[in-house]
Design a protein around this ligand. Structure first.
Ligand SMILES: Nc1nc2c(ncn2[C@@H]2O[C@H](COP(=O)(O)OP(=O)(O)OP(=O)(O)O)[C@@H](O)[C@H]2O)c(=O)[nH]1
Ligand SMILES: [Mg+2]
Length: 468
């Protein structure tokens, strides 16, 4: 069982707390087992059983199947929507009649595992469903965590995944050790060796989390030094959106980054990458491509990606990309905004610094303009709307970074000229006016401040020009 093996590795590493992060969550650890999965979406007949009640059940089922098929060692052999009365919290999720139908369906499909499409099953639900179906039971948390483990490439992402797993292990170990549950650890996807460990497990897990957080801090610090960001005064434009909305495609289109490969796959991107582009104003901006969001996930899973998402909080501008061809774009938008809030993006930023962009307008299923007002409509595939988007980004960046165009009338020997070139502020070559050169430069607040301080002695002709 793949989660079991990974957890064993994690738990074994508890004995040696100095274990390196490279040993955490190695993706190959679960590559050997293959699962034929019956995917079931419990549709709540009435009341709110799901965080995203807006979503259509068939779309939710489709997404769950895609999540399962995304994993190389899993194959969704059958899928169905099975209604539940009022919520998904009852011990076996469904009442007996529906359970019988599900057992028959599992047998007919020869499924070797069941995926219940809820954010997280409780330990007692997982145990009860195992007792009934006699196959491993997965929830969205299990599948997404396995996906993260499979596709994470960098140390930063791997450490964050290891941190994300700790509350899950803690919760389950607690349920087992408090004897509330007479279950086998492997049924709950935690390692059966946990009981071999001497000492207070909570304490060991706490220490482990502390060590991982420290490691993460070091790795993050090291990465910040290697970002390839040209200049700290470059504006940061974070591209966020639901998984598979086209974030990587957009960053590639805007920056021409050859290293980016868009994929028709959920969570293709797990690590943040940064790419530089020049805006029409001549200012450079760093576009960041980052992990996509997904609905109905235990919050700590995304929260664990805090280091990866930290740049979003401090970004000058956020592009919220929506896949407008997806019938659930509205619900996905709400999920993304809720996640942004939960990682600490303020209402001010959400109101003032966000650009809503509708992608995939080339697709037949794209919703018309009237349904998604106040947004820029584009297609990363055909390039439609890209010029308009670049202008909108340009204006927003100029506004947020308080950039101003300043006309400078300078003698050819003026020391200002060297300073302008040194700071890469000359985008358009100067024009000549008699003995003077006329520069139109765009400077942000801090550059204007530095300029004023350095050249305070220059004779000022008027507020927007100096001459020497
Ligand atoms: N038809 C069409 N397909 C698009 C468009 N933009 C992106 N795609 C496709 O959508 C899929 C996902 O694109 P990505 O750019 O990888 O999406 P993402 O948001 O980075 O996805 P994750 O990193 O997995 O969250 C790929 O198959 C793209 O080729 C578009 O405008 N039109
Ligand atoms: Mg991506």
């Amino acid at each position: 069982m793949f989660i079991l093996r990974l957890s064993r590795q994690t738990v074994l590493s508890f004995r040696n707390l100095s274990i390196g992060s490279s040993e955490v969550a190695a993706p190959s650890a679960f590559a050997n087992d293959r699962w034929s999965v019956l995917v079931v979406h419990p549709k709540v007949r009435w009341g709110s059983g799901s965080a995203s009640v807006l979503k259509q059940a068939d779309r939710q089922l489709e997404e769950a199947v895609a999540l399962v098929d995304n994993l190389p060692n899993m194959n969704a052999v059958d899928s169905l929507i099975m209604p539940v009365d009022y919520n998904t919290k009852r011990k076996a999720v469904w009442a007996s009649g529906n359970l019988e139908k599900l057992i028959a369906r599992r047998e007919a499909a020869r499924a070797t595992a069941l995926m219940v499409n809820v954010d997280a099953l409780s330990p007692s639900q997982q145990q009860e469903l195992y007792r009934i179906f006699e196959v491993p039971i997965f929830d969205r948390y299990n599948i997404v965590l396995a996906t993260f483990k499979q596709f994470a490439k960098t140390e930063e992402a791997r450490i964050q995944i290891a941190i994300a797993e700790i509350p899950y292990i803690k919760h389950r170990i607690h349920a087992l050790s408090s004897k509330r549950l007479h279950s086998r650890p492997d049924i709950l996807h935690i390692d059966s060796h946990y009981s071999d460990i001497d000492g207070d497990l909570n304490e060991i897990l706490r220490k482990r989390e502390q060590d991982l957080r420290k490691e993460l801090k070091d790795v993050t610090r090291k990465n910040v030094g290697q970002l390839g960001v040209r200049n700290s005064s470059d504006a940061v434009v974070a591209v966020v959106g639901y998984t598979n909305s086209g974030k990587t495609s957009l960053v590639k289109k805007l920056t021409g980054a050859a290293s980016l490969t868009p994929k028709d796959q959920l969570f293709a991107t797990l690590d943040t990458t940064r790419h530089l582009a020049k805006l029409p104003s001549g200012r450079s901006a760093v576009f960041t491509d980052t992990i996509g969001f997904l609905s109905d996930l235990p919050m700590h899973l995304i929260a664990a990606f805090e280091a990866t998402l930290a740049h979003v909080k401090s970004a000058d501008v956020i592009i919220h990309l929506r896949d407008i061809s997806n019938p659930d774009w509205k619900a996905q938008e709400e999920d993304v905004l809720a996640t942004l809030k939960s990682i600490g993006v303020t209402d001010y930023v959400l109101n003032e610094r966000i650009i809503s962009v509708d992608n995939k307008i080339d697709k037949e299923s794209a919703f018309p303009t009237s349904e998604s007002n106040n947004s820029v409509r584009i297609s990363c595939k055909t390039g439609d709307g890209m010029h308009e988007l670049i202008d909108v980004i340009n204006d927003k960046v100029t506004m947020v970074t308080k950039c101003k165009t300043i006309r400078l009338r300078l003698d050819a020997r003026s020391p200002v000229i060297e300073w302008l070139y040194h700071n890469e502020l000359v985008v358009i070559e100067p024009t000549i006016d008699g003995n003077y050169l006329i520069f139109d430069v765009v400077m942000n607040e801090s550059e204007i401040g530095r300029f004023r301080k350095k050249f305070a002695h220059l004779k000022k002709k008027n507020s927007q020009s100096v001459s020497l």
